[in-house]
Ligand binder design. Structure first.
Ligand SMILES: Nc1ncnc2c1ncn2[C@@H]1O[C@H](COP(=O)(O)OP(=O)(O)O)[C@@H](O)[C@H]1O
Ligand SMILES: [Mg+2]
Length: 315
């Protein structure tokens, strides 16, 4: 059974205006998405700013009221607060944020930042708590001398690792990581991602990994969805997406990944230009008359794409 099942999730925000502050339209932040996250696996949500990724993450953890649809956790409905409470959901699902400087309380020492979720959910003695916090810091490569420092005393990469340690302190089954390395230099990104992967293996955690960067997600995700205007334009396994992309939007995001091989840069530049040209001339066919992304068509057991009817062909 999947750990998480998302069924036709919609989150629409009302836009109000005028003297009576009436609702005159909606932002379709999330407009009917379906996906599953398997135990111990990483599911990627990829898309440009404003495509609805964060809203999905916040809906799953319960920070956002959903408009319609269903969120199942271990087969149980956790779409409402009451349902989440009944299954210890708040302990089992944690989140890592992009900006660790604003998400970690600046007035608290690292010890308390990491101990806080533990205190909410587990009754540990002082000695047990100390032992556990030390163990968690060690898991992300930080030491005992760091215990009583404040967040500002660390580098961005170290702070993200502290965020990871805090998130896993309650032994969660799912961690939602919303652009966890987007604010970091490339070299530091790899280091934080490596810790996340090691921890995943060690504790069998599932990640929902949110990113605007297909390059970053490549080594992290087992399956993924490409998001655009509140919908999925394409979803599949890593191999489906990276080796057999079908939607022009996915192709364009892939072409935007910089090529690290110097001798292939010219080819890469040409390829990118070609993809942009196709995108410009073809893109209107990929939306309905209201500018919404077309319904997904399943093209293999794992791979679905929002293709125009006349382009659907098996793999
Ligand atoms: N609380 C809100 N009220 C109104 N609109 C919102 C709210 N939160 C997000 N949005 C809008 O929903 C869309 C999706 O936002 P978001 O989920 O943050 O996208 P992403 O994380 O992919 O950048 C955007 O158009 C954003 O402006
Ligand atoms: Mg976001």
């Amino acid at each position: 059974m999947s750990l998480v099942e998302i069924k036709d999730l919609k989150v629409h925000y009302p836009i109000r205006s005028g003297f009576f502050n009436r609702i005159h339209d909606y932002v379709y932040a999330v407009d009917g998405v379906n996906f599953e996250i398997e135990p111990g696996q990483t599911y990627g949500l990829i898309g440009e700013t404003g495509s609805g990724k964060t809203t999905i993450g916040r809906s799953i953890i319960g920070l956002e009221k959903i408009t319609s649809g269903q969120i199942l956790f271990n087969g149980k409905d956790v779409s409402t607060k009451r349902e989440r409470k009944a299954v210890h959901y708040n302990r089992d699902v944690q989140m890592i944020f992009q900006d660790s400087l604003s998400s970690l309380n600046p007035k608290k020492r690292i010890y308390d930042i990491i101990a806080e979720p533990l205190r909410n959910f587990e009754k540990l003695s002082d000695t047990e708590e100390k032992h556990r916090v030390r163990e968690l810091l060690d898991t992300v490569g930080l030491g005992d001398d760091d215990l009583f420092k404040y967040p500002f005393e660390f580098s961005g990469g170290q702070r993200q690792r502290i965020g990871v340690a805090r998130a896993i302190s309650t032994n969660p089954k799912l961690v939602i990581a919303d652009e966890p390395v987007s604010a970091l230099d490339l070299s530091v990104q790899a280091q934080v991602l490596n810790y996340m992967q090691e921890i995943q293996k060690q504790f069998n955690i599932s990640y929902l990994f949110i990113s605007h960067d297909l390059g970053v997600v490549r080594h992290m995700c087992d399956s993924m969805a490409i998001m655009h205007r509140g919908r999925f334009v394409e979803l599949g396994t890593r191999d489906d997406i990276y080796n057999h992309p079908q939607h022009i939007y996915t192709k364009r995001l892939l072409a935007a990944i910089p090529d690290i091989n110097v001798d292939q840069r010219e080819d890469h530049r040409k390829h990118r230009k070609e993809v942009e040209k196709v995108f410009d001339t073809e893109q209107s066919r990929y939306y309905d008359k209201n500018g919404r992304v077309l319904p997904l068509q399943q093209i293999s057991e794992t791979h679905s794409v929002a293709l125009p009817e006349d382009q659907v062909k098996g793999e």
